[in-house]
Design a binder for this molecule. Structure first.
Ligand SMILES: C[S@@+](CC[C@H](N)C(=O)[O-])C[C@H]1O[C@@H](n2cnc3c(N)ncnc32)[C@H](O)[C@@H]1O
Length: 376
């Protein structure tokens, strides 16, 4: 079976957890870079990676790499790639996204335009046609330039993998689903340990935890661009991966996962999202102010994403939310508390120094994932 070089972009800071996920799926890692993990895999790997990976952003097939410092070199390098092995005569192809770092070529629109022209040139010769109807399936490409090295990749995913399909409604500052899953994987949490998110918003962290507890594949409820392709990934690979996902899920995990929010509308939304994700039965959502956060368990884990100063208005209410979290934490003796926030002033208001912090980018926003051990 043909082996591809596969590339999975992820949030900056989650590379180590994504790497572990890929190894667990049974694939060999070729390289880990900032914001992406590269590995080898066949067509089954494309289907399985899309369906099973919780922390990846998408699954790309590397079409080729070359160096280009000028637009002529970009054109020739693109034209030399074996496009006919990937794109059929009627395919609709375009460079959906071009990103450039520390490279001579940096204008995304010029890179996109020149590469498309080069691909058309190559395919015209190979298919012996002068006009492309582009009436068939989509073949979107993603291109990264780093220090003039051009990596050209075909996107098998389409809509980003964080869109699992369950979050139809959300609040003003939701956390991406794949980031929520990654945060949980960075903690000591497992399904036997009680988990609380006291600022649950649309329920993302709790729902991702429930999906993990029930071993439910995050991509089993959605479609992917490559599902429509006639070549590269055959239909059987998708069916097999979906069967595997169904056979692995354990519908009644013994877990205690709770989400609270001060806003009753968010509690309602969390329940609706959890129902769509088919995990509502494993979860408990409740309207509750963080100042009333407590638990009868001798140990447990809090993973939470309190309001951020940047996105929400900075006011006394925001400060009070952090102060209240701090005093509630002091009551949770024996627990581990994990907080993702970009609001350093808020962390200062908790009244306890974090034991550790880890830099993670939530999109363009620099955040820290802080951990606190609450000794008994
Ligand atoms: C950044 S959002 C959480 C987003 C969530 N992770 C998601 O994915 O949707 C912060 C949440 O904290 C809630 N909140 C604000 N003050 C609160 C308080 N004192 N107690 C509990 N929840 C509060 C807000 O209603 C909001 O839903």
């Amino acid at each position: 079976m043909e082996s591809y070089d596969l590339i999975c972009p992820c949030h900056f800071g989650l590379e180590s957890v994504l790497k572990k996920e890929i190894v667990k799926l049974g694939y060999e890692i070729s390289r880990v870079e900032d914001g992406r993990v590269l590995f080898k895999g066949d067509r089954e790997a494309v289907a399985r990676a899309n369906i099973f990976l919780r922390t990846a952003e998408r699954v790309l097939i590397c079409v080729g790499e070359f160096t280009a410092k000028t637009f002529d070199e970009l054109f020739e390098g693109t034209k030399a790639l074996p496009w006919e092995e990937f794109i059929p005569k009627d395919g609709r192809f375009w460079v959906k996204k071009a990103a450039s770092v520390k490279s001579a070529l940096f204008s995304p629109s010029d890179i996109q335009r020149i590469m498309k022209k080069a691909m058309v040139e190559r395919l015209k010769l190979r298919y012996g046609i002068s006009h492309f109807e582009e009436s068939g399936n989509d073949y979107p490409l993603r291109v990264f330039l780093y220090k003039d090295r051009v990596t050209v990749a075909l996107d098998t995913t389409g809509e980003s993998l964080h869109k699992r399909g369950y979050r139809k409604k959300q609040g003003t500052a939701p956390i991406a689903e794949n980031l929520a899953a990654g945060l949980l994987m960075l903690t000591k949490w497992n399904k036997t340990i009680p988990l609380i998110d006291p600022f649950c918003g649309s329920g993302t962290i709790a729902i991702e935890a429930a999906l993990m507890a029930a071993n439910m594949a995050p991509g089993a409820m959605r479609d992917f661009t490559a599902m429509d392709w006639s070549g590269i990934v055959d239909k059987k690979s998708w069916y097999r991966a979906l069967d595997e996902a169904r056979s692995l899920s354990t519908p009644i995990p013994k877990s205690e996962i709770q989400g609270y929010d001060i806003d009753p509308a968010m509690v309602r939304i969390s329940r609706e999202n959890a129902e769509r994700a088919e995990v509502l039965d494993f979860l408990h959502f409740q309207e509750r102010d963080v100042k009333d956060l407590k638990s009868g368990h001798r140990e447990g884990i809090v993973v939470t994403n309190p309001p951020y100063g940047e996105r929400m208005e900075e006011n006394e209410e925001l400060h009070e939310a952090y102060r209240s979290l701090g005093s509630a934490m002091r009551g949770l003796k024996g627990w581990e508390i994990y907080v993702i926030s970009s609001y350093e002033k808020g962390i200062g208001l908790l009244g306890k120094k974090p034991d550790k912090n880890r830099k993670i980018y939530n999109g363009m926003l620099k955040t820290y994932f802080y951990s606190f051990s609450m000794s008994r």
